[in-house]
Design a protein around this ligand. Structure first.
Ligand SMILES: *[C@@H]1O[C@H](CO)[C@@H](O)[C@H](O)[C@H]1NC(C)=O
Ligand SMILES: *[C@@H]1O[C@H](CO)[C@@H](O)[C@H](O)[C@H]1NC(C)=O
Length: 386
């Protein structure tokens, strides 16, 4: 498995090219996917409540280069603290959301002059951030007991929380087996990890959600370089894209998006809308991003079906097109994209490829850029709902 990862680092750079070829190499193919997505949308939009107010968020184009977003990080971090003064923000989602939380904390270090600790996604409790310079509370308390509303007001600071939830499980009972027991998704053989986040959501002012792409089934990791994707051949044909592994994988990504991702996300959002203590909060969604460096000009030798499966769903395409249209019906703001459209090579070549293919090492060019973009997207949100 580890060997496979390392191998993937080399193979994955070609993914961008592959997806590029698939999605923009042929206009008619691209058009075909769009049409299929729009047909799916139409089915949903018929049944959804009418959007009463337009989102005040402007859709920005994807950031072009990480360089553009580094210099201004300090400024944006302070600005976000100002806008978040006395408020409580909750982040809920998979490990990519945890990664954004870590990026933000790292960026806050220069402002807060203190490090914020977290013992991993499953054990993250709270972070008292945006404290004024020189504010000294006993560190023991600071890490063990969350600040009260009064303390937040007294110091103009912010309470940030992260809860790991890979499928945005929304059972009302905190003892539901979905939270307390090991649940393996029978469709993929992959473990779901869902913390109980609704109680925190009721206490928060701002809630940022995400659900990642449906993972490739465990049995695709067969030990062969390209894995075993036979399952894709038995799926209904949503997209007629020809006969190739990438066509099969794209069709499977579409299948996962329309049969699982969208219905399940809408179910979670529906549950949120039914909770009188959560529905009026500021709700936002951060987009997923591409898996692997997206250098469209990388040499084309081989492909990486796992990265294609992930990125076609979440990187820039299927989910985003559907969610952009659907989220406003649930009063959820879709944040501006966070990942640059092309990752920059770093000075240290080892940092070139993201860890786990999704998470860059903290402190490198691309992670700094993503930290800035994330904070900036929060600022846009806060200014828009002010
Ligand atoms: C908090 O912010 C308000 C207005 O932004 C300001 O008037 C007040 O002095 C600040 N309090 C502290 C402790 O910084
Ligand atoms: C590939 O997976 C299928 C089940 O999805 C299995 O029946 C088949 O034997 C596997 N092929 C190889 C070469 O492992």
């Amino acid at each position: 498995m580890r060997k496979c990862r390392v191998l993937k680092i080399f193979l994955v750079s070609t993914l961008g090219f592959l997806l590029f070829t698939v999605l923009s190499g042929s206009r008619s193919q691209n058009h075909l996917i769009d049409e299929a997505l729009d047909a799916t949308l139409e089915n949903y939009l018929h049944h959804l409540p009418i959007v009463t107010h337009k989102s005040c968020l402007n859709r920005h184009p994807r950031p072009q280069s990480p360089r553009d977003f580094q210099a201004s990080q300090r400024h944006f971090v302070s600005k976000a603290c100002q806008l978040l003064s006395t408020r409580k923000i909750l982040l809920v989602g998979p490990e990519t959301t945890y990664f954004l939380h870590s990026l933000w904390l790292a960026a806050l270090k220069t402002r807060d002059h203190r490090t914020h600790h977290c013992h991993g996604p499953e054990f993250c409790k709270f972070h008292h951030i945006c404290l004024p310079a020189g504010h000294s509370s006993s560190p023991r308390d600071r890490y063990k007991v969350p600040p009260t509303d009064k303390e937040l007001v007294a110091t103009n600071s912010t309470l940030m929380r992260y809860v790991l939830s890979t499928s945005l499980h929304t059972a009302k009972n905190k003892n539901d087996p979905g939270y307390t027991q090991v649940v393996v998704d029978p469709d993929t053989g992959i473990r779901l990890k869902n913390g109980y986040w609704l109680a925190q959501a009721r206490r928060a002012d701002i809630i940022v959600l995400n659900r990642g792409p449906i993972p490739a089934p465990a049995w695709t990791y067969s030990g062969e370089t390209l894995g075993n994707w036979t399952f894709t051949r038995n799926l209904p044909r949503h997209l007629v894209l020809g006969n190739s592994l990438s066509a099969d994988v794209l069709n499977a990504a579409f299948h996962a998006t329309v049969t699982r991702f969208i219905p399940e996300v809408l179910q979670s959002l529906g549950a949120v809308q039914q909770d009188p203590l959560i529905r009026h909060k500021t709700l936002a969604w951060h987009a997923s991003w591409f898996l692997g460096p997206q250098d469209f000009h990388a040499a084309l030798q081989m492909d990486d079906p796992w990265a294609l499966y992930y990125s076609a769903q979440g990187g820039m395409y299927m989910q985003n097109r559907l969610l952009t249209a659907l989220l406003p019906h649930y009063n959820v703001h879709f944040l501006s994209p966070i990942a640059p459209s092309r990752f920059l090579a770093d000075k240290a070549p080892a940092d070139n490829a993201p860890r786990d293919m999704l998470q860059f090492t903290l402190g490198t060019t691309n992670s700094e850029a993503m930290a800035t973009m994330f904070v900036k997207s929060l600022i846009e949100l806060l200014e828009c709902v002010k």
